[in-house]
Design a protein around this ligand. Structure first.
Ligand code: TYD
Length: 136
């Protein structure tokens, strides 16, 4: 599956820690958009979509949450609780986020601007899209 945990170097000293995110240095795409999710509830699940083209990198800068990731062939679960680690999610991966801690702040870097036309929000449609793409 085209997902990867990317270690983000933390420049720590007695004053605290600092992580820097730079296009094509530790982030494998041009960063066109950044958004963050916070004030989440423990029992709320989000996501439930895939992107045709968009690539993203998710960082939990505070608290923790879990991702369910599915490329149409396999399904994995990833636990994020470390601000020095980024979860890279390639295009065409179905994602669901859940088990948010109260203090979770999930920052997402994206390779493009917000575009509803790039979303696949129906799981059956997603598996059809994956099958059609792989038979091309
Ligand atoms: P939504 O896609 O439902 O979030 P999630 O994938 O976490 O479940 O997005 C919530 C709302 O925010 C929805 O109305 C679309 C809007 N939105 C933007 O305006 N810009 C963005 O970059 C994103 C990601 C969402």
């Amino acid at each position: 599956m085209n997902v990867q945990l990317i270690p983000l170097q933390s420049h720590g000293d007695s004053r605290g820690s600092l992580v820097s995110l730079e296009t094509h240095k530790n982030i494998p795409f041009d960063i066109k958009r950044v958004y963050y999710i916070f004030d989440t509830e423990k029992n709320v699940e989000r996501g439930f979509h895939a992107h045709k083209d968009l690539k993203q990198l998710a960082i939990v800068v505070s608290g923790s949450c879990r991702f369910r990731l599915d490329d149409g062939k396999e399904r994995i679960s990833v636990y994020l609780d470390n601000p020095s680690q980024g979860l890279y999610i390639d295009s065409c991966i179905w994602r669901e986020m859940y088990d948010f801690s109260k203090d979770c702040v999930l920052v997402v870097l994206a390779s493009n601007h917000y575009d509803e036309a790039d979303y696949i929000r129906d799981y059956e449609q997603f598996t059809r899209y994956v099958d059609e793409s792989s038979s091309k």
